[in-house]
Ligand binder design. Structure first.
Ligand code: DC
Length: 225
């Protein structure tokens, strides 16, 4: 049996940074499930598929291949055999990903891929429905939160470090809009699993949170002995 850590939470809560750091410390594989929804969204955008039309999006997902590979221990995502790891990281794709993620067909296909990956080794997986749907028996479940103001501030600074200047109010608006889509969708909404530990990252450093989660993991391992 393999161990798994499920990390869920809203956009910008620090999931991927924390999950990567944990994966490095534990020597486990990090699986970024948001990248998969982003790849579906990118494919729809590139092919002018109406992302509000479930039938058309379903048609698209039935005719594409999404694969994950690890290059220098970093997750890369391939859409129809093309590495799209960089192309999926922009605002247009972020919003489109939240929109295609409401469809049952999209979730069904991606959850299957995620469960398949988790069946092959110890993993840390982040997303919105990992503790509730994808890995209901995860060894440890974490629900990361932070105020939307803090999350927008982090996003704004991250972009600034990349030389991208954005309007802060716009960043905050986008975070709030994605929260609305992720929390309120009918299928597998963003939700804390009953047995997940809630961790509010507001005002804490990455190192402090990683340490806290490692302590929770120790408890989880002891409980599963
Ligand atoms: O984590 P992220 O920002 O890369 O995710 C992009 C979108 O994908 C997010 O707004 C909602 C969706 N998503 C999801 O519905 N379920 C997941 N497990 C991961 C992401």
């Amino acid at each position: 049996m393999y161990y798994s850590i499920a990390i869920d939470g809203p956009a910008g809560a620090g999931k991927s940074t924390i999950a990567k750091c944990l994966a490095q410390k534990l020597g486990w594989v990090y699986i970024d499930t948001g990248a998969m929804y982003r790849a579906v969204a990118l494919c729809c955008l590139e092919n002018d598929v109406d992302i509000s039309n479930e039938t058309k999006v379903t048609n698209q997902i039935n005719n594409i291949s999404i694969n994950i590979a690890y290059i220098n221990k970093e997750q890369h995502i391939f859409l129809n055999n093309k590495d799209v790891s960089t192309d999926i990281r922009n605002q247009e794709v972020s919003l489109a990903a939240s929109k295609v993620a409401v469809f049952h067909s999209v979730r069904e296909a991606l959850v299957k891929l995620q469960q398949d990956l988790a069946s092959k080794g110890n993993v840390i997986m982040d997303g919105r429905d990992i503790g509730t749907v994808v890995l209901p028996n995860a060894t440890v479940k974490i629900f990361l939160t932070a105020s939307s103001y803090e999350r927008a501030t982090r996003r704004y600074k991250e972009q600034l470090e990349k030389g991208i200047i954005q309007d802060f109010e716009e960043v905050l608006k986008e975070i709030n809009h994605r929260d609305e889509l992720d929390y309120k969708r009918e299928i597998s909404p963003l939700k804390k699993a009953d047995d997940a530990y809630g961790v509010d990252t507001t005002g804490y450093s990455i190192e402090q949170i990683v340490e806290e989660i490692l302590i929770l993991c120790k408890k989880g391992e002891n409980n599963s002995d």
